[in-house]
Ligand binder design. Sequence first.
Ligand code: 5AD
Ligand code: SF4
Length: 466
Amino acid sequence: MTEEIAEMSPLAAVTSGEPSPGRKVFIKTYGCQMNVYDSSRMSDALAADGYVPTDVMDEADLVLLNTCHIREKASEKVYSALGRLRQMKRQRTSEGREFMIGVAGCVAQAEGEEISRREPSVDVVIGPQTYHRLPDALKRARKGERVVDTDYAVEDKFEHLPSISAPRGKARAVTAFLTVQEGCDKFCTFCVVPYTRGSEVSRPVAQIVAEAERLAGEGVRELTLLGQNVNAWTSAGPKGERWGLGDLLYRLAEIPGIARLRYTTSHPRDMDDRLIEAHRDLRMLMPYLHLPVQSGSDRVLKAMNRRHNAHEYIALIDRIRAARPDIALSGDFIVGFPGETEADFEATLELVRRVGYAQAYSFKYSSRPGTPGADLPDHVDEEVKSERLARLQELLLMQQNRFAASCVGKTIDLLLEKPGRNPGQLIGRSPWLQSVNVDAKTSQIGDIINVRITATGPNSLFAEVA
Ligand code: 5AD
Ligand code: SF4
């Protein structure tokens, strides 16, 4: 999943149990879209307990960090944020006011007790599988207990959280995430996800359809199905037959109001025939696919335990493109995996040239304690990693710019999403997940209109109504 930082302030209000009325929560989200989704679920669970979300940290009675553990830098950010929160807590406590600190997400899951040991000002440490127990954990913490709850209670999580409410922020949300799958059984040797998120668990069809219908009822037009390994999703269909993600997409395509579908993140090994057929048959399945490959060297792919080689990946891309010729591809890459030689790295550049990406994320390998990669010999020097990353990013950026430029002059469907920078302008989403600026009225948010792309900007495109 792509790494970005978001701050959530959903406005849900369901009441139950012994509430904490009037208290305010500030949630800071690190990492992937799964965390963004989880933050909104936590916010909903807290709203049920009387908490009101705030965008202003100074107003909060509870600050919750929803953390990411994927690379070392991501985890470090958490401890520096906790240092600042400790100061705030000292100040607040001296004023006789409540100020609680919670750590959620993957660092919580991976480090558990260690967090409260390193940073005793933390009141609650809660893992991704137990968010529905957050209100209870806070009650215990208020009585002086230092709570660490990182059990694997996967079967409960989806059921116990209150139903999500769509509008997140000021404008009516027309796009939404929907988690259909969690965890990963792939065990790539660089990755902590199988340890922090546990093994693959799929949500049942009925739960997914019900949540999709509710979102559609609230005005959502575009759904992005989420999972660490989303295309490994599998569950029983209505007649008890085995369904894969392709089958689920055909089913969701029938929901009135939903006009667009996407999913992320996928593993090449789980792109089955049915899913490729869905790309061929379903116009509403957007022509954009994030399909990480990590490396173009068969030797490195083997050491990474990716279970596919470069040739198989390229053959797969060719089949997907044959099914949906206008599909844009996105990927993840790691440079400097232990043992990676210059020749291995050049094989990655070669694969990138062969595939042609519209968008990509690339990282220097970061050794994660507890993963098999950490114990491999021949770790690559930081300088070599930096130099390779720069070369790879130059190539990827060139491809990204080329893709954006190729859109100019095209007439496309644009989903109008939110107000733009200037009055009278809206920002919409292209089928290829680009932000597009166009002159339109606020009342048109949620509409899909025909526009012609006129120019490219640094991070977005410009269009006029066709
Ligand atoms: N070091 C560098 N990048 C990593 N990723 C996952 N683990 C590591 C690591 N240890 C990258 C992969 C993955 C993306 C989410 O993060 O490219 O696809
Ligand atoms: Fe990590 Fe590999 Fe699983 Fe992706 S497929 S979450 S990289 S172990």
